[in-house]
Design a protein around this ligand. Sequence first.
Ligand SMILES: [Zn+2]
Length: 272
Amino acid sequence: MTDAQPQPASPDYHDLPVKAHVEVDRFCEGCGYNLHAQPVREDDRLTLLIVRCPECGRFHAAADQTLARRVWLRRFGVVLIGFWGLLVVAVYLLLQLALFGIGMAVSEHATWWFVRRPRYAMQYGWHETQVHEPSQFFEFVVPTFFAALGAMAIGALCTAAATVFMPHWRRVGYTALAPIGPVLAACGYCMVLASYLDRPYTDLSVTGVVLAFALFALALISGLLGALLGRPFARLAASIVLPRRLRVMFSYLWVVDGLTPPEPKTVVQDAG
Ligand SMILES: [Zn+2]
């Protein structure tokens, strides 16, 4: 590594033979551009494999340097990746716990709504003057609607985030991820239901149980949609909100789907 300014490209850089392409995420030390998929050329005068950043024109040795600090950086990187993996799994499980919570809350709420209606309330021993017909719209439809929105958001977020942050997966991986969270949440919910079977009375109305499973199914369907539309949506969002300098770091969103990033790469003009 050198502190010298990037040298102007030799005029025949593009004539050098292409030996390979960069197959990992590797970032230009000059501008941060992701060099993934850039050609690796051999400079026969130097017998060096080199990569040139198409964004700022800086040259990089294709081979990793074996400096001592590089080794330590790599070890540190392994630790960071470990923490990153743990964080991803923890956030994912917390979201599924939230999905389970939404299912439980909808069940409880629907049950509460049903037993408050006079016909049931008086069966439970309430006096006629204590009960009134609860609002069907504001106390049943509206809360259930927002619960459904929450379940769909969790389902879509998990798979869409996977398409953006784990771009190396094959497409079937994102599809396979979609049912995992809803099935986990439904299993937790079934365990709660099983614990209710021991009791002499039913704590959850049939409608509540059906609603909970409907929400888990909604989360699964929106998860499949997230797997399908996550990356196109991320590309749209990146095009709209990110300034150009940051957007180059997300050009992999186009490259992994075999598309060309939206703006032509500006190659620094060869010094003449
Ligand atoms: Zn660069």
